[in-house]
Design a protein around this ligand. Sequence first.
Ligand SMILES: Cc1cc2nc3c(=O)[nH]c(=O)nc-3n(C[C@H](O)[C@H](O)[C@H](O)COP(=O)(O)O)c2cc1C
Length: 376
Amino acid sequence: MPTLATTVDGLKLPNPFVIGSGPPGTNGNVIGKAFDEGWGAVICKTLSLDASKVVNVQPRYARLRARDSNEIIGWENIELISDRSFDVWMEELKAVKDKYPEGVLIASVMEEYNKDAWVEIIERCEAVGIDAFELNFSCPHGLPERKMGAAMGENPEILEEVAGWVNAVATKPVWAKLTPNVTHIEDPARAAFRSGCEGVSAINTIRSVLGVDLETLRPEPSVEGYTTPGGYSCRAVMPIALRMVMELARVIRDEYPDRSLSGLGGIETGEDAAQFLLLGADTVQVCTGVMKFGYAMVKEMCDSLLAFMERHKFETIDDFRGHSLQYFTTHHDLVARQAAARAAKKAEHDAKKMIQADDQWSGDDFVDQSDALARG
Ligand SMILES: Cc1cc2nc3c(=O)[nH]c(=O)nc-3n(C[C@H](O)[C@H](O)[C@H](O)COP(=O)(O)O)c2cc1C
């Protein structure tokens, strides 16, 4: 019987399924629910020291539906980080750790470009017993106006400096959550690794405009008739997330083999998760999927991931993690491989034809014909 249990950066997870930062980890109660349902780890909604500066609007979501089934396949949000008080958060996270000492609780944190603030948020989270950090360098909307989130993550130099402040004081593992809204996601990842981060997570949401209402002529989500570009998530983003995870996994394999990778973006099933793991992720996160299907979805995800492992006779996640990375190459190499494969096929075909031709002039047929010839 295979096992889903895995150890990443010293964190012991019963399975690789992690609640991604967002509404599913928005307070202590729901974090407890996630542990009750069997999630391998939980990352809380992103915290900052001064929640009074975080002002959300309504509505802040817009959804893209499939034409035939009406299923939600794309989700845009303009939600900010948590607008709940930091002191309340500290009480709740401490209570969660008291109740679930074995539960892996990861604090997602974000601050302005201010060393003292980053040091304070790390030290106060460690004091209540959290197990690891995820630095949110990637929220694409609202926070960049305060030079936070993606404003830092888009700039490897600033990311390296800020993550360096964190790594100088953190005694727990630190993951940097990266933005997909860059040309080469490998560059901020390398900056995070240089600064000492144990791992990276990818992807956060993709900057998007979900659509325009053809009755009102207003773009969505419409707040008093106006909008701002938001962050796109859900199933529709999975191919982009897989590509970026593959690129990050290659950086880790070739340059930083002791670092970890947490993959996310559109994951809803155990089969989705298996693909991220095959491309090199150590863990997988789910955010929008939990908003669509609820916390109990993790059971089905565990079952289908185990069924995949049984089918392929994999005993542990390490048996197949990163397996499919070897099948990526350049287009130039694909052309060469295809030419070689076609040449080999043609040679095989030609050889078969020659054998058939030989057969025609050998054995009984040949003797019969020579007899006929001899008879004239
Ligand atoms: C409504 C909503 C709120 C989110 N809030 C946060 C957040 O506070 N911090 C963060 O790092 N990511 C946040 N995210 C991004 C998700 O954690 C995740 O990176 C992204 O949505 C892609 O994964 P998914 O398709 O599983 O949702 C949020 C996503 C959504 C949909």
